[in-house]
Design a protein around this ligand. Structure first.
Ligand SMILES: Nc1ncnc2c1ncn2[C@@H]1O[C@H](COP(=O)(O)OP(=O)(O)OP(=O)(O)O)[C@@H](O)[C@H]1O
Length: 244
């Protein structure tokens, strides 16, 4: 791994029986980069991400995350990453504070650390009035903002976000992206999947997966130039259509 590469992927492949879900993908992600991992439903994004977070073994190929081999050093990988998914994030029947204490414990933080971080997070998000509310009673956008902060409790070097803003209104999505930028500016590497093409425009670089393969990877500006279109939405459609 070079000094600034936080994720390094070489010929990563995952097969389920005869079916190749992730087909020989290779890429690198730099420290502090916001890397968009795009693809249609079933393209192989989640399968690839599961290998990168050390919970699924590659069939072939190799990857290092935060300098650790995902195959042989999966525990170190897990300690150095944060993960947040639209589908599972916080416990609805715990309050915001209780969720912080719970996840802080899982991440192995001391009580003093949890107290300090919990206060800092509540201040940063302006959540004083809601800290003792059940997470289940919060609007989805707020839940996702809290979940993102919780995924960062243990100061991970990289945070993996799997469709973090699904179903969230555009204004809240924009606020969520401001939080993403703030963390990236602090040097946290962001690996994010999304189905929203406006969000693809916010990424430093974007990879687009089609049927298990990475068919395009560059900055949004270069991809638009390469495909001679004005938006990432058009890049996405053109790529999917070309492959058909
Ligand atoms: N455990 C599994 N066993 C067999 N096939 C699987 C398994 N997990 C995923 N697949 C298949 O691999 C392909 C890629 O799935 P994956 O969930 O990685 O796609 P995705 O790009 O994340 O899609 P989405 O955007 O819908 O989440 C799909 O055809 C899926 O059915």
């Amino acid at each position: 791994m070079t000094k600034d590469n936080m994720i390094q992927v070489q010929n990563l492949t995952k097969m389920f029986g005869d079916f190749t879900a992730v087909n020989n993908i290779s890429f690198e992600v730099e420290k502090g980069e916001v890397f968009g991992f795009l693809g249609a439903n079933g393209a192989g994004k989640t399968t690839a991400m599961k290998m990168l977070i050390g919970i699924s073994k590659p069939t072939h190929g190799a990857a290092t995350v935060a300098g650790y081999n995902v195959l042989t050093e999966a525990e170190q990988v897990k300690r150095n990453i944060g993960y947040m998914s639209q589908r599972f994030s916080l416990y609805n029947d715990l309050t915001i504070k209780e969720n912080i204490v719970f996840f802080g414990g899982i991440y192995g933080l001391s009580s003093a650390d949890i107290k300090e971080k919990s206060q800092a997070m509540i201040n940063e998000l302006g959540l004083h009035d809601m800290a003792d509310s059940l997470v289940g009673s919060l609007p989805l956008g707020w839940k996702q903002k809290v979940a993102f902060s919780v995924a960062l409790l243990h100061n991970p070097k990289i945070v993996f976000l799997d469709e973090p803003t699904g179903g969230v209104d555009p204004i809240t999505r924009r606020q969520f992206w401001e939080m993403i930028y703030m963390e990236a500016n602090r040097g946290v590497t962001i690996f994010v999947t999304t189905h929203y093409m406006d969000e693809a425009e916010y990424c430093d670089r974007v990879s687009i997966m089609v049927a298990g393969k990475i068919e395009a990877l560059d900055t949004p500006k270069n991809l638009k130039r390469q495909f001679q279109v004005d938006s990432m939405n058009q890049v996405f459609l053109k790529l999917a259509r070309n492959i058909e």
